[in-house]
Write a protein that binds this ligand. Structure first.
Ligand SMILES: Cc1cc2nc3c(=O)[nH]c(=O)nc-3n(C[C@H](O)[C@H](O)[C@H](O)COP(=O)(O)OP(=O)(O)OC[C@H]3O[C@@H](n4cnc5c(N)ncnc54)[C@H](O)[C@@H]3O)c2cc1C
Length: 395
């Protein structure tokens, strides 16, 4: 049986796991990362995109990846929010929040997940401190006071000071560590897809709220010389499934209608991927020699650009604690510091996004009126606007 040792074992080579691997390698630690999926390639297997807020961009800069993706990132300079009602969908209240209002160049920089994951995997593969094992999953854990012994799907046994669960919402490592989750289901699903449109987006991200959930257009670079956007469209589950099964022309028409024609006609240019909308939080962020991060620790509804950005705050703090106590990696003291840094923030974000989603999707007239009033107040009262925008910038 193959036996190996490393400072850090990471289960999961999604964006969060790969960034953690590069971060620990940068701090001088040896890392083994395992993921049963194949090494990410150029194919768009994930149609989601992420607006990296300033703290996430700083982290990408620290690990040396930002420079390689910066020219393909689309800045989000303006966030336009439109509250809608009726059938056909009609815009009722509209407000625009400008990053320049706070002296910031942009709210965030949008990059397709598939592109980012591919670049991260290549950077990790080229790093001498990282042993990258795509095609091999985490299987079981034996946690001792002094080390974590993990067994991989190919039978390899690995000894490390710390095992990090970054293996997604169904995390096998989290389960092996005996940590349960709390789940809230909304009966909603999110469709993720790409479109081209008649009018340029001008670096404006547009969020339209209506019963069923948010419809969000996030700017992408031009596609086949046409302005393009990534879309997340949330709906009640049966309606999302009906839309997912429409033919391409009917779907493009439905999306154009739902967008109130804000960018002209929308034309579908990708597959449609469908995701359940849930809030899921792990009941603990640590166990003996184990830290739980990213979607293994928290899954949020896809509004407010919080999901992956919250995950990267986890990575930031894990690295910060490691930097401050390099000789204590994986000890109870180390894990306590990490849990203290993250527990309340994750719970607060989960509460806020849960409430935000409930308000955004509501078709109850008083709640809709409150939503419109809230939008007007948060925009029109300058200190409130600045406070909300600072929070939106990840401050
Ligand atoms: C529609 C939609 C839109 C979103 N938009 C945004 C946005 O705009 N901004 C934002 O910040 N967030 C957004 N999110 C959230 C964000 O996309 C996710 O948080 C993020 O992609 C999850 O990354 P991850 O690395 O935690 O998990 P994953 O990407 O799920 O990676 C987990 C990895 O673990 C691997 N794995 C599974 N089992 C094992 C095992 N046994 N051993 C080892 N590895 C294993 C998997 O193969 C996978 O590669 C959105 C989410 C959705 C659904």
């Amino acid at each position: 049986m193959d036996r190996r040792t490393a400072d850090i074992f990471i289960a999961g080579g999604g964006i969060a796991g790969l960034i953690a691997a590069l971060g620990f390698a940068k701090e001088g630690f040896s890392v083994v990362l395992a993921d049963p999926a194949p090494m990410p390639g150029d194919i768009m297997t994930d149609l989601r995109s992420t607006a990296y807020l300033q703290p996430a961009r700083d982290l990408l800069q620290t690990i040396g990846v930002w420079e390689t993706v910066a020219d393909r990132a689309t800045p989000l300079e303006v966030l336009r929010v439109i509250d809608c009602a009726g059938d056909p969908t009609t815009a009722k209240t509209e407000r625009a929040f400008e990053a320049a209002d706070l002296g910031a160049p942009a709210f965030g920089w949008n990059l397709p997940n598939a592109l980012m994951r591919c670049e991260l995997a290549q950077a990790a593969a080229a790093n001498d401190r990282i042993d990258l094992r795509f095609g091999t999953g985490f299987k079981s854990l034996l946690a001792r006071d002094t080390e974590a012994i993990t067994t991989l799907s190919d039978g390899t046994q690995l000894r490390s000071k710390l095992a990090i669960a970054a293996d997604g919402r169904g995390s096998t490592l989290r389960q092996a560590a005996g940590i349960d989750v709390d789940v809230t289901r909304y009966g909603q699903k999110a469709l993720a897809f790409h479109v081209t449109h008649d009018q340029p987006h001008n670096a404006v991200s547009t969020e339209l709220y209506h019963s069923g959930g948010a419809f969000v257009l996030v700017p992408l670079p031009d596609f086949e010389s046409k302005p393009a956007s990534a879309v997340v469209w949330m709906n009640d589950g049966p309606e999302a499934l009906r839309l997912a099964n429409l033919n391409e022309t009917a779907f493009s028409d439905a999306a154009t209608q739902r967008s109130t024609g804000v960018l002209g006609n929308l034309t579908l240019t990708s597959e449609r991927q469908i995701w359940p909308v849930i809030t899921q939080t792990a009941r603990a962020l640590t166990a003996r020699r184990v830290a739980i991060i990213a979607e293994a620790a928290h899954v949020l509804p896809p509004i407010g650009a919080q999901g992956l950005n919250t995950s990267l705050v986890d990575v930031h703090w894990l690295l910060d604690v490691a930097r401050n106590m390099p000789d204590d990696i994986g000890t109870p003291k180390f894990l306590d510091h990490f849990a203290k840094a993250r527990t309340q923030d994750i719970a607060a974000r989960a509460r806020v996004i849960d409430l935000y989603n409930r308000i955004c999707r509501s078709d109850v007239p008083p709640v809709q009126s409150l939503r419109r009033l809230g939008l007007r107040l948060t925009h029109d009262i300058t200190p409130l606007r600045h406070g909300i925008m600072r929070a939106g910038l990840g401050g």
